[in-house]
Design a protein around this ligand. Structure first.
Ligand code: 3UK
Length: 541
């Protein structure tokens, strides 16, 4: 490893042993980076040096910042973090800074400032409660907090619960960070960090379990910018990126901050987005590239005729499997073919995808240039095309959990195992089946929950649905469907029978849901993922 630029080596000291790392050999020349690398300087200072200073970098409804203005904010915040005199926090290189807030220009500036200052960014979802924040504070041994003032109460609760000694600085209305920034110099020399110094600890709980801290290097941040956006998305300085995922979720961090900066484009950062508000914002900002989850596309589709979406050129979906019914609905209402992509917090961003003419509806896509993927059988052997098994992937990024025994489950023989059941076809396209723990076994039949959901979603009464295995004495499990109806349809035994009949007509009859329950909404994580375990364990009413 290259000599660290950190005096506080906590993150490097807590990387898994080298033999448990995935194989991260860069396969493309474009993915070799200099040994000394600060990703924030590469994304911001270098873009200003290349002449993007006066281009718009970030928009919200309240303000717009050019690249030069964003750079100045970032530099002032970096001083606040590192300066040991005046109102500076006196942090050391390698210290962890927890970041918390809804998407906003200040959130973006804070994230970049942490990286540029040579500290380690620990982003957290805005809706987390004190209990969950405490886990991140304890595990990542957080030294300081930057938090939106609106979320101060829960943040202070977490700080007192953990007995955290380090400072918390609040920004936005009622906060002090903006005033502290004014007292600091407007330019900051980027910390001299190694390309393989850890710069992000991203927490992920998947959909269950104790959160795991995934660690990523400065070079990983550039690698994701130089893979999916270049090979598959295609983006340029004229693009305006918009979308829903929080910056605390690496899907949002990449799609709404890192990717636009890498090409000199602009990002629109908005909190509290509903399907209607996102459509309105696409219209208002003339956005060209949208990042969101499948359910959002599904909910937006029937509303698009009320908005002018002529600026929109690309729509990226990730976070969950994209049902083909949703792909079709979106295409029919906008004329756009969704770019589906599977990513993971462990991998930092998307590694299998397809766009334009290369899209094969129903498949997620192919391994994107820079990544390799295959499907493994129960003994870890590569399966031939057509057979369903565990998805395995490797590329320039990969899983390095912070001090966590689950490293051995995610990484085997250099491959990252994402926990997804997939099948590869003759042409190298990957077809999603289910999370490996979401396969339903009913009377000896293997049934993938998403396939039944897909069939249900083709029925006009269904707005959203989720299918789980439900304990059953006779069959072990039965297929149970939870259904959210579109307005104007009435829940009841009659509609349940209609839906069951509809599934039998669409897929093999043994897969039909023997139980149907109607709900007002489905339980989701903050990153928009369905929480099947909540449905499995619950009488929800
Ligand atoms: C599932 C998908 C089918 C899959 C993520 C893009 O979702 C992200 O990260 P997470 O750690 O979850 C990873 C898991 O989510 N998944 C994501 N995308 C798809 N399944 N089709 C898809 N297109 O189970 C995966 O293992 O929350 C997504 C970029 C960055 C991310 N962190």
């Amino acid at each position: 490893m290259i000599a660290t630029g950190y005096t506080d080596t906590f993150a490097r000291d807590n990387l898994p042993p080298r033999e448990l790392w995935p194989d991260m050999t860069p396969l493309l020349p474009a993915l070799h980076y200099p040994e000394r690398l600060n990703c924030a300087a590469a994304l911001l200072d270098q873009m200003v040096a290349k002449g993007h200073g006066a281009s718009p970098a970030i928009h919200s409804y309240k303000l717009s910042w050019t690249y030069a203005e964003l750079l100045e904010k970032v530099d002032r915040i970096a001083h606040v973090l590192r300066a040991s005199r005046g109102n500076g926090l006196g942090l050391e290189a390698g210290n962890r800074v927890l970041l918390r807030g809804a998407n906003s220009p200040m959130m973006a500036a804070c994230a970049l400032a942490v990286l540029k200052a040579g500290c380690v960014l620990v982003p957290t979802m805005p809706l987390l409660r004190a209990k969950e924040l405490s886990v991140a504070i304890d595990k990542a041994k957080v030294n300081a907090v930057l938090c939106c003032a609106a979320l101060a109460e829960e943040m202070e609760l977490a700080r007192s619960q953990t007995g955290m000694a380090g400072p918390a600085v609040y920004f936005g209305e009622g906060g002090t960070l903006e005033r502290m920034m004014e007292a600091q110099p407007s330019s900051f020399a980027a910390a001299d960090t190694a390309a393989d110094d850890v710069c992000i600890i991203g927490f992920t709980s998947g959909t269950t379990g104790v959160p795991k801290g995934t660690m990523h290097f400065h070079r990983d941040v550039l690698a994701i910018c130089d893979c999916f956006p270049r090979s598959t998305l295609g983006s340029a300085a004229s693009d305006v990126f918009i979308g829903t995922p929080p910056l605390a979720f690496t899907f949002g961090l990449g799609g709404l901050l890192l990717f636009p900066l890498r090409v000199g484009a602009a990002a629109v950062l908005l909190d509290r987005l509903t399907p209607d508000l996102l459509l309105k914002a696409i219209q208002d900002f003339r956005a060209t590239i949208c990042f969101t989850a499948p359910t959002f596309y599904r909910l937006m589709a029937p509303l698009v005729q009320d908005y002018d979406l002529t600026s929109l050129q690309k729509a990226v979906s990730a976070g969950e499997a994209l049902p083909n019914a949703t792909r079709t609905l979106w295409r029919e209402s906008t004329g756009l073919e969704i770019i589906d992509g599977i990513g993971a917090t462990e991998m930092l961003h998307i590694f299998i995808s397809a766009s334009g003419d290369a899209v094969r509806p129903g498949a997620t896509g192919k391994a994107i240039p820079g990544y390799q993927a295959c499907v493994l059988g129960p003994d870890g052997e590569a399966l031939p095309p057509g057979e369903v098994g565990q998805l395995a992937v490797k590329g320039p990024t990969g899983c390095r959990y912070l001090d966590d025994a689950r490293q051995q489950q995610y990484v085997r023989n250099g491959w990252n195992l994402t926990g997804d059941a997939y099948r590869m076809d003759q042409d190298g396209y990957f077809w999603y089946h289910a999370r490996t723990d979401d396969m339903i076994i009913s009377a000896g039949y293997n049934i993938a929950a998403p396939e039944v959901e897909e069939a249900l979603m083709c029925h006009p009464a269904v707005a959203e649905c989720a299918v789980v295995g439900w304990p059953d004495e006779e069959r072990g499990q039965i297929v149970k469907a939870f259904v959210v109806l579109r307005p104007g349809h009435e829940a009841g035994a009659e509609l349940a029978r209609t839906l069951q009949e509809h599934v039998k007509q669409t897929v093999a009859p043994y897969k039909y849901p023997r139980a149907v329950e109607f709900l007002a909404a489905l339980p989701r994580t903050q990153s928009g993922k369905l929480q099947r375990h909540v449905l499995r364990s619950a009488p929800l009413k």
